[in-house]
Ligand binder design. Structure first.
Ligand SMILES: O=P(O)(O)OC[C@H]1O[C@](O)(CO)[C@@H](O)[C@@H]1O
Length: 323
C-alpha cells in the first residue's frame, strides 16, 4: 500500500494530463456525485471545491437518488471496483430518471451495465485498493469533467505541485521523528475527535475513514462551529478521546476566533490537543495535501499498532451477507 502512496503525485499528474475524452455536455446547474466510501469521499471534495460557484452539488452515499435529481442533472457515478451494490443501484436509478450520466470505474459490473445501455464510461486504473486509488480517480475526473467544473486550470496544477512538495516533506524523512505523518501517528493514543472548518469537511471524512480502514481504530468528526452547540459539552465527562484541530490557512475570521476559544477551552481542562494546519493555496491544494499527510499518518499508526492496513474483513463480512 505504501508504495502506491509514494506514487500519488506522479499518478495525479499522469491522470490529469490523460488523453481520456472529456464529458460532452457543457452546461450543468446541478451535479450529483454518487459513490460509497473512498468513492463517495471524492464527491465530497467536488462539493467543497464547487461551493463558491453557482453549481449546485449533491453527494449521495446510499441506494437511491433524491427526488431533486432530474433529467437535467448530471449524475457522476464513481465505483473504483465497479461492483459496489449501492452504487450500481444509484446508476440504475439515474437511468430510470433519464439523467445525464457519466461513470468512472476500473471495470466491474458497472462497466458492463454502461456497455449494455450505451452510457458514457471512463475506465480508470485501480491501484491496490479503492482508497489507495484516490489520486488516480480524482485527477482523471478533474480532467474529464472540466467542461462542467468551473475550476481554474492553474489551481489544479498548483495542487499537483504542492502534492509533490508534500511528498518530499514526508518521504525525505521516511522513518524519522521529523516526518510530519509519523508525528501525528505517534501522538494518537485514543479515539480522535476530528474538528474541521466548513471547507475542509472532506479532509475530516477521509481521515476518519482512513483511521478506520487502515489503522482499525474508531474516530469521530465534528464541524468546529456546529459542535459548539452540542458535542463540546461531552468533554466534561469523556476521557478516552483526543481532539485534533484541522485548520485551514486563512480560515474565516469567525472560524479563527472559534479555534482560539476552543484551544483555550481544552487548555483550561488540561486536555492535550493536536493542531494540523493546511498548506497555503487554493481549496483543492489544501484538501489534497492534508489528505496525503493524514492518510500516511493512518498507515504509520497501523504500523505502530501492529495491524495490517490492507485487509478490511468486517466490510467483506457485510458485503458477503448482502444480496
Ligand atoms: O469505489 P468502490 O469500489 O465502489 O468501493 C467503495 C468503498 O467500498 C470499499 O471497497 C469497501 O467495500 C471501500 O474501501 C471503498 O471505499
Amino acid at each position: 500500500m505504501h508504495k502506491v502512496y509514494d506514487r500519488w503525485p506522479e499518478i495525479a499528474r499522469k491522470n490529469y494530463f490523460s488523453d481520456l475524452s472529456q464529458i460532452e455536455f457543457t452546461k450543468c446547474p446541478h451535479i450529483v456525485f454518487a459513490g460509497m466510501g473512498g468513492s463517495g469521499a471524492i464527491g465530497d471534495i467536488f462539493s467543497a471545491i464547487l461551493s463558491k460557484t453557482s453549481t449546485h452539488v449533491t453527494v449521495v452515499k446510499g441506494y437511491h437518488l433524491p427526488k431533486t435529481v432530474t433529467n437535467n442533472s448530471v449524475v457522476v457515478v464513481i465505483s473504483i471496483s465497479g461492483n459496489t451494490v449501492e452504487t450500481i443501484s444509484m446508476l440504475k436509478n439515474a437511468i430510470e430518471i433519464n439523467s445525464k450520466i457519466i461513470v468512472f470505474s476500473d471495470g466491474g459490473k458497472i462497466k458492463d451495465i454502461c456497455n449494455e445501455k450505451n452510457i458514457p464510461h471512463r475506465n480508470i486504473k485501480k491501484y491496490h485498493s479503492p482508497r489507495a486509488s484516490f489520486t488516480s480517480f480524482l485527477y482523471s475526473m478533474l480532467h474529464v469533467l472540466k467542461p462542467i467544473i468551473p475550476i481554474e486550470e492553474k489551481d489544479i496544477i498548483e495542487s499537483i505541485k504542492e502534492l509533490e512538495n508534500m511528498s518530499i516533506k514526508i518521504n525525505s524523512k521516511k522513518i524519522s521523528k521529523e516526518n510530519p505523518s509519523i508525528q501525528i501517528s505517534e501522538w494518537i493514543k485514543d479515539t480522535p475527535v476530528i474538528y474541521y472548518p466548513w471547507g475542509l469537511e472532506p479532509v475530516a471524512i477521509r481521515f476518519k475513514n482512513s483511521l478506520q480502514e487502515n489503522s482499525k481504530i474508531q474516530a469521530v468528526i465534528e464541524d468546529v462551529i456546529e459542535s459548539c452547540h452540542n458535542g463540546i459539552v461531552t468533554w466534561d465527562k469523556q476521557n478516552n478521546f483526543q481532539p485534533i484541530l484541522i485548520r485551514g490557512q486563512k480560515d474565516y475570521e469567525k472560524t479563527k476566533e472559534r479555534w482560539e476559544i476552543l484551544k483555550e477551552f481544552f487548555s483550561e481542562k488540561k486536555i492535550d490537543y493536536k493542531e494540523i494546519i493546511s498548506e497555503n493555496g487554493n481549496i483543492l491544494t489544501k484538501i489534497i495535501c492534508l489528505i496525503y499527510l493524514l492518510d500516511y499518518a493512518s498507515i504509520y499508526l497501523a504500523i505502530k499498532l501492529k495491524v495490517d492496513p490492507t485487509p478490511v474483513n468486517a466490510i467483506e463480512y457485510i458485503k458477503n451477507k448482502l444480496n
